[in-house]
Ligand binder design. Sequence first.
Ligand code: CA
Length: 329
Amino acid sequence: MRASPITATVDFEAEGVQHGFLKLPHSHDASAWGAVMTPITVVKRGEGPTALLTGANHGDEYEGPIALFDLASRLTAEEVSGRVIIVPAMNAPAFRAARRTSPIDGGNMNRVFPGRPDGGVTEKIADYFQRSLLPMADLVLDIHAGGKTLEFVPFAAAHQLTDTDQQEKAMAAVAAFGAPYSLLLLELDSTGMYDTAAEDLGKVFVSTELGGGGSATARTAGIAKRGVANVLKHAGILGGHPEAAASCRLDMPDGDCYVTSETAGLIEYCVDLGDTVRAGDRLARIHDVERTGGTSIDYRAKRDGIFIGRHFPGLIALGDPVGVIGVPV
Ligand code: CA
């Protein structure tokens, strides 16, 4: 396969702290010989594991960039045993445009892996992660939130994997993160995800959903910052022990955890995030907005559990998720 067009202005083998960019040539109307510049920090001291930390895989999710721009500005080499690679805005064009996907090519970073060195901008960045950054990593933490169209209770998550040893290591890192909820996540379609790419390479991979709505709160930003430090301590890259936090452990046994809208309209939630629900409980009503006098349609929980995720805007479309249920273990 051809070489990546991306070059790093940092040396991944050098000791100390380096701030730089991943530079991808990109010729466009505003800059004929321009480049997409993705900020990156590498902090290395001696031998030890490598952690790869990413935010803004989706550009409208802010806890990751907040925690990682902050960490990148503070972390010193003296604190580190091994290496920390920090990319606060993985899909930098999307992040700068406050969009989920790239304004350049519409690319959804978490659906284009393993990427292509000769594809669009988003695929080229994914390919660089796939072939250059992921192979260096022992532990990968990708910080997501709900973005403009979803909202979640704050959770860290690992995936159900066929390799149980790998799954246990990932769940240990999830527990170390110390979010209010720890989830063993079921993906409805994991094709093209960064998560899957990292897991297929045998990496310990931790994801999160730390809020949503296209902004961050003091609470969720704090959870992200503490979680990043905890995971680095858990990996032995930072000294000390993860700060203990009570975390509710959840599973997603099957697709009944998801309730999908089969109508469009005005959504009235009847439960809030974090509420305990029983199978058959009404999660939401969707009102017809085209005319008065119509009937609203009820959406009900298909299993007992905790209401952990919901649609965010007030209007909902056909096919949008109404709710996500997690089942306490
Ligand atoms: Ca996301």
